[in-house]
Ligand binder design. Structure first.
Ligand code: NAP
Length: 286
């Protein structure tokens, strides 16, 4: 039997165990998915310990996504994002990946949202970084808007491959071949102007999670937008209600959660994930 897992702190309310185990059951894979809650400064020790114990694959969530980078060999995308949410122990090296980016792009695609043109990403934290890189790598022009404008500008520079690392050295952060990333950073007050001719909007802030609030003025939304809200508790956020009222295509945060899990599942098992079974298990618990 293979053991997969998730490290996070806190990790008690994670939806990943039922989602992944529904996938194992549907494909008759002999595996379990368990959660671990190491101390908050324990990312590297947890990853190395999991390797020693023969864990087959590990997901990583808050607060460990950045610290886990040091314990793995990150792929180019995870290195550019600066965070790892999926660790693979199957080869002779421990590799780190970031499936939040593909989680967002696959969620949008699954709802027939065309990933060309201009995307507005609201938020420049962990989710905002993954989404901005994911959409830029699809070839979209990316406009990042964040409450703290300097973080939006910094993320846009990183997406353009102009960022610097903590030591001030230029990062090896170039986009994949053929993608010439166009990204700019803004404050939240620029949203109405940015959205006027945008094709995609992603809320990657935590606004909407605790209260019935939205970071985007309803009047700035329009029917040509595909709108993904990374927030999944509640599933129907105020932003998504406003977007539906404006005639936009709406995609809730459970789709992003689903497809980041699907990507991890497929990397670890080498099999096409049973998306419907995993989706059902996830939505049963939301
Ligand atoms: P994070 O790193 O802490 O970033 C939080 C972001 O929210 C920052 O951009 C922050 O702006 C902004 N923010 C917080 N409070 C705000 C407010 N009152 N007004 C305006 N902006 C505010 O968190 P994260 O990991 O990126 O997560 C963000 C959200 O995405 C959470 O709800 C999380 O559950 C969700 N998420 C979903 C998935 C999924 O698969 N669906 C995956 C990852 C994350 P400042 O920079 O100005 O502080």
């Amino acid at each position: 039997m293979d053991v997969y897992g998730l490290i996070g702190n806190p990790v008690g309310h994670s939806l990943s165990p039922p989602m992944h185990e529904a996938g194992y059951e549907a494909l008759d894979v002999d595996a379990r998915y368990v959660t671990f809650e190491p101390p908050r400064d324990g990312a590297a020790a947890a990853v190395e310990g999991a390797a020693d114990l023969g864990v087959a694959g590990l997901n990583v969530t808050i607060p460990f996504k950045q610290d886990a980078l040091a314990a793995v060999e990150p792929d180019s995308l995870a290195r550019r994002i600066g965070a790892v949410n999926t660790v693979d122990f199957s080869g002779d090296r421990i590799t780190g990946h970031n499936t939040d980016a593909v989680g967002a792009t696959r969620a949008l695609r699954a709802h027939d949202v065309d990933l060309s043109g201009t995307a507005v990403v609201v938020g420049a934290g962990g989710a905002g970084r993954a989404v901005a890189f994911g959409l830029a790598d699809e070839g979209m022009t990316v406009r990042v808007a964040n409450r703290t404008e300097s973080k939006a500008r910094g993320l846009a520079a990183d997406v353009r491959g102009e960022g610097t690392d903590a030591d001030g050295a230029a990062e090896d952060a170039t986009a994949p071949d053929g993608v010439d990333a166009d990204a700019t950073g803004h404050g939240l007050d620029a949203l109405p102007e940015l959205l006027a001719d945008a094709d995609v909007l992603v809320n990657a802030t935590s606004v909407g999670m605790e209260a019935d609030e939205t970071p985007v003025p309803a009047g700035a939304l329009h029917g040509d937008l595909g709108v993904l809200d990374a927030v999944y508790r509640p599933l129907e956020t105020r932003l998504l209600r406003d977007a539906a009222d404006a005639g936009a295509t709406t995609v809730d945060g459970a789709w992003m959660l689903l497809y980041q899990g699907v990507a991890a599942f497929e990397r670890w098992t080498g099999r096409e994930a049973p998306v419907d079974a995993m989706n059902e298990a996830l939505r049963d618990r939301l």
